[in-house]
Design a protein around this ligand. Sequence first.
Ligand code: GDP
Ligand code: IMO
Ligand code: MG
Length: 427
Amino acid sequence: MPAIVIVGAQWGDEGKGKVTDYLAREADTVVRYQGGNNAGHTIVVGGSTYRFHLIPSGMLHRDKTCVLGNGVVIDPEELLAELDALAAQKVDTSRLIVSSQAHYILPTHQVLDRQAEARKGAAKIGTTGRGIGPAYQDKVNRCGIRLSDPAHPERLRQKLAAHLEEHRADLAGCDWTLDRLLAHLTAAHGRLRPYIGDASMVVNDVLDRGGRVLFEGAQGTLLDIDHGTYPFVTSSSPTAGGACLGAGIGPTRIDRVVGVAKAYATRVGSGPFPTELATDPVGAKLRERGKEFGTTTGRPRRCGWLDLVALRYAVRVNGITQLAITKLDVLDEFESLQVATAYKVNGTLTREFPTAIEDLEVAEPVYETLPGWRASCSAAKTWSDLPAEATAYVARLEDYLRVPVALLSIGAERSATFSRLALWEPL
Ligand code: GDP
Ligand code: IMO
Ligand code: MG
């Protein structure tokens, strides 16, 4: 099974980093295909915590090539800071390849991100403020700066001048002059140059030779620009199709799509979240037990019960073939658990996730109650050690979604993972 795509099946922070690190042991190459340093992927090994924002979560394995595809947007200073932080943790990052077709996030994009949010007032998206949206906006508007551009200094100067001109009104009060922007980008680019290459060629070569490639999505299905809860979404395509566009591979290359979901639900930023427990103490208990504070911004995450309606939608739009369920241990101390199996939308019962935000905003979850286990999942060494109610909870998910759970995570540590199916092998 040469190519597996890992996607977030909810609103991000599902544990994609941990799952990528786990599956990367048997991969040759790990590729990030979209997003930027709005992502925060955490891996815990032997008590040491590693935080990845841009660099693929396969980097802890010494022999893996890690690729940032053309679909990623790159803040050069942040990428350099991440390389330095990993070097300080004694992680060898020399096997990184960054697509020359990826776009740079400029400091001005961050200014524009903050301004757009301020303008929206109460209707703000709650972005990470990293300049992600404005960088993708320039890309689609055909006035972005690619990593190949600094190789042509005179053209780069013209492109940066055009960028400043394009956003002249919004950038009027800011002190990013053309010369300053040029110096900033040129300096950072100089250090990144050794990593820049033809990422699509590298990835396709590995696949042509029968190697194994893992595609690591950032964010999640419900934050996807097309399939998410628009407009409260990010500006890229985290869903599985994004792997083709963002890495330069054809859809025929993909063998498997693994959806990562928490055993409950969280969301950061604004936007509808039908099973949210905003005022219910259960929400606060999930936040506390799950340590639900953002890796990137430190913001408290909104918490709620597992939403099977939304997950079934994620299975559909990604073509998810297997699931990885994380943070089952966070549910250890509940008498009973609820899972949403339908919504009531304006009086009508439905199992379909509404595509119009107006319907989603008024969707009332219809819950099924399942028994809790009030025992420690994390003490389990094998699948059969798990409390019977915990395995029944997972079985209910599989039954509703008609997708097998291949991986189960019961703690932040790399070792706190059960594999139920050998994902790199034909099943
Ligand atoms: P990602 O963005 O999808 O990679 O997820 P994040 O790293 O932002 O958030 C997941 C958080 O949960 C991290 O702090 C992980 O270390 C932690 N985590 C992952 N899996 C588990 C698990 O099974 N149990 C617990 N308790 N924590 C987990
Ligand atoms: P990982 O990869 C959770 C959210 C932001 C905001 C919206 C748009 O760690 O799962 P943006 O800065 O992208 O324009 O913000 O998307 N968001 C995330 N939420 N996990 C993430 O990444 C996220 N990346 C962006 O909170 O609501
Ligand atoms: Mg995260």
